[in-house]
Design a protein around this ligand. Structure first.
Ligand code: FUL
Length: 703
């Protein structure tokens, strides 16, 4: 080698080296997650277990006066819970160590209201310990729900209770190993037993617990615990108990405002683009209507397609999913719930089987410093630490993915490199058809993870356009999947005249039975509405001939037809429209609308004949911001419309957070007239809504 050549080699080496040196990595923009939060994001999917005295009293909220002796699971097995959770690909379990009624699943030394005074294991058991150990055995993380509200404690509302609450926190965080998440429920204050006072106690949640001090204590004992919910938390509620995040979902929150009570919870679904702190959303939902186990809900486990939608609208919308599996009276996850969970897991596994972008080639309109290190290859290399980044001033840019042959897919999964902040405000997806770019999706945020579902397309190239970003783009991954066809269940409705209508997606057909057997293509084909006026159970499945596939089974029990019912009288509302409460249509809503808070609000219904009753049902308005919920009721019956017997009174527990149909049971009786009285409203709203009132009957109708 001549000296000249040698010099050129050396110089170019220096140049390349310099070039590499010159491309500085992108810097963080705005609030960023802590290491703890990053680990939490990676968990994505974990379980909630609601299990306590309520499991045995059949309640959603205990009043606080229930005896600990009622807690007596026959075959408690935390390893069974852990196995179910592990098999579903979930990463941890959060247990209701203490719910609002104050009963403790561990033998706390600060109260007698715990497992130690239950017959279970002769008072020697500790559910929290058994679960912590089971989680360890199965490689799951372990979390704790400790209700700040305690409807039993005599000192609740006074300073002494806060000390008690902190003592229990300390106990839980010290004695059971690592706790990945501490869950502080927002439901707080109201009436309760409170050591026998039986009164209403309200507190200011933001001030009463001195959260700053409480958090300090938590972090002193357990710095790796992420605190959820109230106070200066590190993750937020998603704003509903349906497990759905907003399409636009920022991991940021104006927490300072929140701590001053200036943020409405409906904002939690989307977070705040201008939030000053990283407080990502966690979507909580129960696999059934209630949070605690009720045998009456065994046939009301959420349908598979709802579960699939929940998955896509939580994890697929930049939120973690906390799915509740209510453990039943035996002390195990119930078979009905396990089956649904397994079905869900199978769908998710099949949907995300093979990333089709792995073998594509990716080119970008802008690459930071033209460096290989930040090239779009980093999006498809299945390596979490590599990413595509643009130059500092570039807030919109595109990546084109070319397939070597036409490729079909219907899912797209995107992830930002959130270690450096959440940036993308808007993006679109295009595919190449007939040499033209066609837009198939226009969306907003991405965050930790965003998954899009769309009808299957086939294309030789896919383009991602980031059209607006807070700062230069730093994207971690893009993946495409071809999820199998999912045949959705048919919907089944019956109107007041008894006509049953079924619907399914176009192209599919419906087969059904009325004898309890599982429908197949040999069963009756649904062609037109059928009339069934008596009690009937319809089992139906949609069938997709092309894919040779059935939907999940849809079971609808139709009980009492309200055809002979009539509203006899109302107080505090309009009689003319009141039939809406018995029209079997949850979309028509009738309201008590008197201006006077003290005025009687009652509605009397004639059931047409004397019936065997053992309960009633109340369904509030279901849609919209203001649901005008009734929180307390009194219920009367009569046989002659003159003499009335008060049968029951009480509260619709947790209706504010979870406004599902309320089932109130009472001792069997015979009656023809029922009177429903609305005693109190959630939030003291004026109109009080009723979408539907019903009765729970037993046996057959009697004369
Ligand atoms: C709510 C509580 O009141 C429910 O009982 C349940 O624990 C749910 C997860 O949070 O606010």
């Amino acid at each position: 080698m001549s000296f000249k050549v040698f010099l050129i080699v050396i110089l170019s080496g220096v140049l390349v080296f310099n070039c590499k040196e010159a491309v500085a990595p992108p810097t963080a923009y705005g609030p960023v997650p802590t290491k703890k939060q990053l680990n939490w994001h990676d968990m994505e999917f974990y379980a909630f277990v609601h299990f306590s005295l309520n499991t045995f009293t059949n309640k959603e909220w205990g009043y606080g006066d229930e005896s600990p002796e009622l807690f007596n699971p026959t075959h408690l097995d935390c390893n069974q819970w852990a196995k179910v959770v592990k098999d579903a690909g979930m990463k941890g379990i959060i247990i209701t160590a203490k719910h609002h009624d104050g009963f403790c699943l561990w033998p706390s030394k600060f109260t007698d209201r715990s497992v130690k005074n239950s017959p279970w294991k002769n008072g020697k058991g500790d559910v929290v310990k058994e679960l912590a150990e089971a989680c360890k055995t199965y490689g799951l993380k372990f979390g704790i729900y400790l209700s700040p509200w305690d409807r039993n404690h005599p000192e609740y509302g006074k300073p002494a209770y806060v000390t008690y609450f902190r003592n229990q926190l300390q106990e839980l965080l010290t004695n059971y190993g690592d706790v990945f998440e501490m869950w502080f429920d927002g439901a707080n204050g109201g009436d309760g037993y409170y050591g026998g006072a039986n009164e209403i106690r309200k507190i200011n949640t933001l001030e009463y617990y001195d959260w700053e001090e409480t958090y300090k204590m938590i972090y002193d004992i357990s710095p790796n615990t992420l605190v959820w919910g109230i106070g200066p938390s590190e993750a937020r509620w998603i704003g509903n108990e349906r497990g759905r995040a907003g399409k636009t979902n920022w991991c940021l929150l104006r927490q300072k405002d929140d701590l001053e009570g200036k943020v409405h919870y409906t904002e939690y679904m989307n977070g705040h683009e201008d939030g000053e702190k990283w407080v990502p959303g966690e979507a909580d939902v129960s696999i059934r209507p209630g949070w605690f186990y009720h045998e009456s809900e065994d046939d009301k486990v959420r349908p598979l397609e709802e579960m699939v939608d929940i998955y896509y609208e939580s994890i697929g919308r930049n939120a973690n999913l906390l799915l509740n599996l209510p453990v039943d009276k035996t002390g195990q996850v119930n078979a009905h719930d396990i089956q649904r969970l397994q079905e869900l897991t199978a769908v998710i596994k099949a949907d995300f089987k093979e990333d089709l972008l792995r073998t594509s080639t990716a080119t970008a309109t802008d690459v930071r410093g033209n460096s290989n290190k930040y090239a779009p290859q980093g999006l498809i290399d299945d390596n979490k630490t590599t990413y595509w980044a643009t130059n500092d001033s570039i807030k919109n840019a595109s990546v084109t993915f070319n397939f070597d042959k036409a490729t079909a897919f219907n899912r797209l999964e995107l992830q930002e490199f959130i270690k450096l902040g959440q940036r993308v405000k808007r993006f679109s997806i295009q595919i190449l058809t007939n040499n033209q770019w066609k837009t198939i999706a226009e969306e907003t945020t991405i965050g930790y993870k965003r998954i899009l579902r769309f009808p299957r397309i086939e294309t030789s190239a896919l383009r991602l356009n980031i059209t607006d970003s807070k700062a230069n783009i730093v994207l971690a991954s893009v993946r495409a999947y071809n999820a199998p066809d999912f045949v959705r269940m048919p919907s089944i409705k019956r109107d007041q005249s008894g006509m049953i209508t079924m619907e399914c997606e176009s192209g599919n057909t419906i087969y059904f039975t009325t004898d309890g057997s599982i429908p197949t293509v040999e069963s009756e084909l649904y062609k037109q509405p059928i009339k069934k006026v008596k009690n009937v159970t319809i089992k139906a499945r949609s069938f997709n001939k092309k894919a040779n596939k059935y939907s999940a089974l849809k079971t609808s029990h139709f009980k009492m037809l309200k055809a002979n019912w009539g509203v006899k009288s109302v107080s505090g509302g309009d009689l003319k429209t009141s039939n809406q409460v018995i029209d079997n249509n949850s979309n028509t809503v009738w309201s008590f609308n008197t201006n006077s808070a003290n005025a009687e609000k009652s509605i009397v219904i004639d059931l047409g004949s004397v019936m065997n009753l053992q309960g009633f049902t109340y369904l509030s308005k279901q849609h919209g911001h203001q649901l005008n919920l009734i929180s307390k009721y009194t219920f009367y019956v009569s046989n002659d419309f003159v003499n009335w017997n008060k049968v029951t009174e009480g509260e619709f527990a947790n209706i504010e957070n979870n406004p599902i149909e309320q089932f109130i049971q009472f001792k069997p009786l015979h009656a023809r007239y029922i009177k429903f009285v609305a005693k109190e409203a959630v939030n003291k709203t004026k109109p009080l809504s009723i979408a539907e009132l019903g009765v729970i009957t037993y046996d057959k109708q009697i004369k």
